[in-house]
Design a protein. Structure first.
Length: 147
């Protein structure tokens, strides 16, 4: 178990940590990827949602959240790493911990270029590539049988 990984429900997040998480997500998903969409989508506060992150000092440098879907599957979403900390395996650490914590199947809608990376973690495509209405990024639905 990697002790660097922190996790919390929304109500447990410290204000500064929440700010850092939302800023990181916005900087990458909205600004860097030029995808103007409602990044704060209301799912952060849902029952069962967990926030997972790694910090470098006081700075959040990698993050993901897990959601509980209606069928009981765990959904991994908003996987992001600060540009200055990429290619260090931080997302692999976070996704690995989220998979370990899941009690059943794990699903993700990943950008198409990342599908092979998720396959290396045991995920399989479950449908054809698609785009969300709010952006032009091609995504692939994927599923891992269990945590």
């Amino acid at each position: 178990m990697d002790e660097r990984v922190k996790t919390a429900a929304f109500a447990e997040l410290e204000t500064t940590t929440l700010y850092d998480i939302l800023r990181l997500r916005s900087d990458v998903f909205v600004v860097e990827q030029e995808s103007p969409f409602p990044e704060v989508d209301g799912r952060d506060r849902e029952a069962g949602t967990r926030h997972w992150w790694l910090s470098d000092g006081d700075e959040v440098v990698a993050y993901l959240r897990t959601l509980v879907e209606p069928d009981g599957a765990t959904r991994i979403s908003r996987v992001v790493t600060r540009p200055s900390h990429r290619l260090r395996g931080l997302s692999r650490v976070l996704v690995g911990r989220a998979i370990e914590a899941a009690e059943g199947p794990v699903v993700v809608d990943t950008q198409q270029y990342l599908a092979p990376w998720y396959e290396s973690l045991g995920f399989e495509a479950t449908g054809p590539p698609f785009t969300f209405p709010e952006d032009e990024l091609v995504h692939v639905p994927m599923r891992r049988a269990s945590g």
